[in-house]
Design a protein around this ligand. Structure first.
Ligand SMILES: [Zn+2]
Ligand SMILES: [Zn+2]
Length: 112
């Protein structure tokens, strides 16, 4: 028996969806088998994330993340562009107000 072809099985990349990138590209793991958040991204966003770079521009380092996996996020410039100045300021304030618990970890910040 072959597995049924379901159109709904194709999941869009969670970053494309979140940032309203159209058309949203399919996730690397379209059926959600992987428990790794990075596999919920499309190939381009996944590559950028694995390189430690911003999802959106792929050049700068990740500054803040809306996802559970904090390595998936975007840089400050892109955050300003996408979420607006107020959201970026709120996140910044949150980051500054947060006591540092671990040295090497990037700050845990969510904007939604
Ligand atoms: Zn994507
Ligand atoms: Zn960026």
């Amino acid at each position: 028996m072959k597995s049924p072809k379901g159109r709904k099985a194709m999941r869009p990349c969670m970053a494309c969806e979140l940032f309203g990138i159209l058309p949203a590209r399919p996730a690397v793991d379209p059926v959600g088998w992987s428990s790794d958040d990075v596999d919920k991204l499309c190939r381009i966003h996944r590559d950028r994330t694995l390189a430690g770079h911003c999802l959106l521009c792929g050049k700068a380092v990740v500054w803040a993340s809306p996802f559970e996996d904090r390595s998936i996020g975007c840089c400050r410039g892109c955050l300003f562009k996408n979420q607006g100045l107020n959201a970026a300021r709120r996140i910044e304030a949150e980051m500054l107000g947060r006591p540092e618990e671990e040295d090497d970890d990037p700050p845990e910040v969510f904007w939604n």
